[in-house]
Structures are given as structure tokens and as C-alpha cells.
Write a protein that binds this ligand. Sequence first.
Ligand code: PGA
Length: 249
Amino acid sequence: MRSKIVAGNWKMNKNLEETEALLATLSAKLPDTQAEVMVAPAYVNLSAAVRCLEASKIEVIAQNMHFAESGAYTGEISADMLLNIDVNTVIIGHSERRAYFAETDGILAKKVQTALDHEIRVMFCFGEELEDRKANNHFNVVENQLRNALFSLEAASWSRIILAYEPVWAIGTGETASPEQAQEMHEFIRKTIAEAYDQTIANNVSILYGGSVKPGNAPEIFGKPDVDGGLIGGASLVADDFIAIIKAI
Ligand code: PGA
């Protein structure tokens, strides 16, 4: 059975003091939920976040990671560094990494493999741009993103993969895919995985939706059968909004 997951991607927001304050509020208000709850603070605050959440069910995850084991990669962070501070899940392939840091499918495939080699769980993000959807090419784009970065993995690796479908046109724009559009794509993703691997792997992988999820639209989006939760940006920075979204699962 696949897990329900609500994850907050804090991006380049919240300094140390603000990180600790938000985590304290989230821990105090965390509702009883079946869902796995995760937060991805900035790198410099990961260790502090892990300490803050020692007694909490909220998992601290990273926003990015390099594919090399170590070496001359100024400004980068390795898999071993994450494991060493008790961070066991990493977001890979966020559209902002693809767009602003030129992360190609080839680079992402290497990052995914390195994370899995270290038994780190991967939350793999992907999704089409507005032009792709307007040109009715969104299914092709998504299928290629999955194929290029994930479909060379061995079947057993899929137990450590979480997918996050995030249409780029819906990220930080206030524009959300309708629950029907989300369901249609999530169903397509599951079918594509079933064809590339098998139905069991497809049924067991959690597929999150991301892009302007708010307390108001979360219940309807999460109510769709192939939507297993959300990757939340802006609304995860506001404790009451994030808590309301967790309650919607
Ligand atoms: P948003 O961001 O919720 O602010 O649209 C989602 C994301 O980038 O993961």
C-alpha cells in the first residue's frame, strides 16, 4: 500500500531563528494523521531542524544534492553529508533547479542514482511548462522526464522513489491544475510506470501533486484516487496553512 505524504518545500526562505520557530509551531499543532509529514528547510538549517524535530513525527528532508561522492564542487552537498546529519530523503529535479541551475535529465538521473546507492529516498519532481500544455504535449513531456531520469533504475529501487508532479505553470503562480487535470496526469503517470515496470510498482509509488496547493483547494485535489498527497511551497511557510493542508489528506 502506498503512503500518503504532505511535504513542505521551504526553498530559500527562513533563517535559523525563523526555521526553529516555525518547526516548534508545526510540532505543537501537528494533527494526528496517517500521512507522512516532511519539511525541507534550507541547507544551513538542516542540522538544527533535525535536532528540533527529534521527538516529532515530522521528517526533515533536503532540497537538493550533488551526484559526486565528494571533491572539488564548490557550494555543493553530498549524499554522505546528508546521511551524516540524519537526513534520509532528498528532493531531486525541482523545476527551479531545472530552470535556474540548468539541471538536465542526464544530471538528474545521476543524482537519483547516487542517492539510491546511499539508500537515500528520492522525491523526484517533474512537470510540463505552459507551452507544453497549450500544445497538448504535456503527456509526452512528462513521460520523457520519467523515462530519462528513472526508467533505467532497477525495479527494487522504486521502493525508495516518491514522485511529485508539479506543472511548472502552477508553481508559485496561484494557478492550480484542476483536481481533474491532476487526476488525469497522475493516472497517466501510474499507467506509464506499469508499462515500463509492472502494476505492483505503479500501485505502490506515491505520486504527490505540487503547484499552488492551499488549504482551500487541498481537500478536492487530495480527494482524487491517484493523488497521494502534496508538495507544498508557499503555503508550507505559514504554520496554520500547512497544518490545514495536512488535515485535508
Ligand atoms: P507552490 O510551490 O506551492 O508555492 O506553488 C510548490 C513547489 O514549488 O514545490
